[in-house]
Design a protein around this ligand. Sequence first.
Ligand SMILES: Cc1ncc(COP(=O)(O)O)c(C=O)c1O
Length: 383
Amino acid sequence: MQGIDSYRDEFPITERRNYLISASLGPLSRRAHDATLEHLELWSRLGPEELWFDHGMPKLQLCRERFAALIGADAEEIAIVPSVSNGLASIASCLDYSERPKVVATAMDFPTNHYVWKAQAPRGVELDVVPTPDGIRIEPSDVVARIDERTALVNVNRVLFESSWILDLPPIVEAAHRNGAYVVVDDFHGTGVLPLDVHGLGVDLLLSGSLKWLCGGQGIAFLYCRRDLILKMHPMIVGWFGTKEPFDFDRSRLDLRDDARRFETGTSTLPQAWTAAEGMGILLEVGVENVRARNQVLTHRIVERANERGMELLSPEDDSQRGGLVRVRVPGGRAKAEAALHALLARDVVLDQRHDALRISPHFFNTEDEIDSCFKELDSVLD
Ligand SMILES: Cc1ncc(COP(=O)(O)O)c(C=O)c1O
């Protein structure tokens, strides 16, 4: 690996803007940019057989392999899905809720998780939502207390998207399995910035996408299914690419693959496979442990700068409890936060805003100076 600092040059946007928003959209790298052009060049001169079989399928497989490497899984346990929402809906379609109707989720999950389970109500799903004590954290013991013999599945986020609180998963996995329930983790805010060993953790299913910390662009998400669970999963959302022999064009039976790709459906968003593979390639080269270490230095600095100004933190202050971002309340409410966001954008400081707070999410290529300059600009826009 080259020195971690040298990767900054991979991301041209850092020359022009103070880009502190990788939890929302990881920036385009030079490699992903060039890979996009490579795809276009191939498309401009090849027929479908050559483009798909010689280039597209291997590129999709490279994405599965790289995602698997990032989370400690095997490539056979990974399916490419169009979005986390889509993957979760596929998982939801696999289960029978007649004897176990309960799905345990939390009040701080990304809303799409809840929408998927609400849509399953006609099939018997009862959504049991664990409350948050403070709008920042979810106590694992509160989740554990809801899991019982009526629970089909526990769906939690490893890193909470608003506060970046890291949910301690082992007690949840233990309680779920003791009660015969599955654990599905939405890891969109964890993969790439927080090391993960899915096998060691023992979760059953996991979802994530390439567009945030993986710097791989929109349109590609990943579904992990634990190997010994794969054949028990019978999705109702299916398509020819999830079958063993899609090019036999045999409509007489549905013969789903024996690996996680049984969750795949139709033609994949091929151009994005080029960008996603490059984004994940960079993350693998740098190493998620190194990304985590660097991110902690930077988020710690954000906490310091916010504390110096007496700004209210809506994220954990303890470094070990915090994922990749810090949320800071803007005095004066939502309209003030929105105005601050736009004023900062005009000054090339790129963040995002949720309600009355700003979320600041530095990646490994950001610098301490950028954090300081972000707060200086914030001082002037809040004056
Ligand atoms: C934790 C989490 N889960 C799911 C989603 C939505 O994912 P998708 O748009 O791929 O369905 C998001 C989007 O930001 C998210 O932060």
